[in-house]
Design a protein around this ligand. Structure first.
Ligand code: GRF
Length: 202
């Protein structure tokens, strides 16, 4: 399958996907990386891997619908099957969602529906939870909502700092996202009528 990846920052999840493809663990190609920030380090990762990039300026997001029309057009032009959000700090709107129904995926560093939002790791840590984790889900027009594809728990060990929790969360992210992408590549992920995701077992 052909992937488009949306980023805003360091792009370590993008790197995990690039590495999984290179290692033969993910039958996919990344056709386009879209960044909402010109300074995103993930753009360098994409360029180093020879992947085409598109960077949108702050100005174009003055109208998010216009921005998403541009993005959707470029993703379609690139022949993308699935759009993976990887640290993309923007909502996706109808121009993208309608072009890729049940084909836009997000990764979130908590066990949804707990700790939505941009500070999920810190929020879970501050709350004092003993278990948090990582969620991969289809994106819809609500923030950090949409059918859950996969979740992995992470135990918060006694005495951990938030930084230690963050390291572990990212390790788990870098395992689960290529894994889910491979499930998508194998055509094994389906959204049922009730909105729940089922994964074909092999
Ligand atoms: C990840 O923790 C992801 O779950 C969240 O933003 C972070 C992105 O990290 N949505 P990176 O840019 O992939 O390194």
């Amino acid at each position: 399958i052909k992937l488009g990846v949306l980023i805003s920052g360091s792009g370590t999840n993008l790197q995990a996907l690039i590495d999984a493809i290179a290692a033969g663990k993910l039958d996919a190609s990344i056709e386009l990386v879209v960044s909402s920030r010109p300074s995103a380090y993930g753009l360098k990762r994409a360029e180093a891997a020879g992947i085409q990039t598109l960077t949108l300026s702050k100005e174009i997001y003055a109208d998010p619908i216009v921005a998403d029309e541009v993005i959707a057009t470029e993703l379609r032009r690139a022949g993308v099957d699935y759009v993976l959000m990887a640290g993309y700090m923007r909502m996706v709107h109808d121009p993208i969602l309608a072009s890729f129904p049940n084909r836009v995926v997000n990764i979130h560093p908590a066990l949804l529906p707990s700790f939505k939002g941009a500070h999920a790791i810190q929020d879970a840590f501050d709350y004092g939870v003993k278990v948090t984790g990582v969620t991969v889900h289809f994106a819809n027009s609500d923030y950090d909502c949409g059918p859950i594809i996969a979740q992995r728990p992470v135990e918060v060990e006694e005495g951990w700092t938030v930084d230690q929790l963050e390291v572990r969360i990212h390790e788990v992210e870098h395992q689960i996202y290529p894994h889910v992408a491979q499930l998508l590549a194998e055509g094994r992920v389906h959204v049922r009528e009730d909105g729940h995701v089922v994964i074909d077992q092999v």
